[in-house]
Design a protein around this ligand. Sequence first.
Ligand SMILES: Cc1cc2nc3c(=O)[nH]c(=O)nc-3n(C[C@H](O)[C@H](O)[C@H](O)COP(=O)(O)OP(=O)(O)OC[C@H]3O[C@@H](n4cnc5c(N)ncnc54)[C@H](O)[C@@H]3O)c2cc1C
Length: 262
Amino acid sequence: MVEIIVCFKHVVDESELKVDRANNKINFEGAKTKISDDDKNAIEEAVRLKEKNGGTVIGLCLGKADARKSVKEALAMGCDKARLLSDPAFQDGDAIRTAYVLSQAIKRIGKYDIIITATGTTDVYSGIVGPALAEFLEIPQATFVSKVALAGDKVTLDRLMEEGVETVECDLPLLIAVAREINQPRFPTLIQIMSAGKKEVVEWKASDLGIEASTVGKNGSLVQVTSTQVPKSARKKILFEGSASESSERLADALLKEGVVN
Ligand SMILES: Cc1cc2nc3c(=O)[nH]c(=O)nc-3n(C[C@H](O)[C@H](O)[C@H](O)COP(=O)(O)OP(=O)(O)OC[C@H]3O[C@@H](n4cnc5c(N)ncnc54)[C@H](O)[C@@H]3O)c2cc1C
């Protein structure tokens, strides 16, 4: 039997974002939302470990009320129950504050063997929340995990490294941050989507987690986002005239000079 808590973030679907060229800002208006892509791999891995070893999977999400949509999807994918951490006090916090709030929720849940996150989210991708969460919980952690094998109270992991794959062994409890290569997330069936509505979802505020509002969100954050801008991409609009071989040679020279190719 294995007790798993899997963390997932409710994000804006980046393919839906529009750029307001007038002031170079991202227009979020009307954009659809989703579970962050690699968090679906995290949920899938949690459910596979439960199917193989027995036990339960609790889904954990920090987000605004609209995150209920992603909570429902995580339950349809196979989480047994979910906790939504939703409080205006949590909003606009930095990654360390996010990890702190998640850690307080996990301490309230109590019993767990494995915490699963993804390595990074599709919107911000600081890659900080997983390792910071392990620090707050004072448990070992492994990132870029591409394979998990559980045997009793020991787990063997493959980690994707630049030079190849590293295999490590660790005692429970631990936190693993998975890479998207670890699995192919399932598409829930209609029955699973229907039964998700009957599964337990509890919403917690700062006061439910013994958290002082002033220590989280924008107020409690060390890193403040002061603005978000779309990088300007100025086209040079250079026309290469002459025969095909002449103009392609000049193009190649220009690309070399720009350092676009080497
Ligand atoms: C409107 C807005 C304002 C912001 N303002 C600031 C600011 O002022 N300063 C600042 O530093 N940052 C700010 N942020 C960014 C915010 O800190 C991060 O979005 C958040 O902390 C998560 O960090 P990340 O996406 O980089 O997570 P990563 O470290 O990339 O995520 C790794 C993994 O952690 C888990 N995880 C991450 N977030 C959550 C979550 N919410 N719920 C459950 N699991 C999660 C997931 O498994 C994820 O795959 C803002 C974000 C928004 C949307």
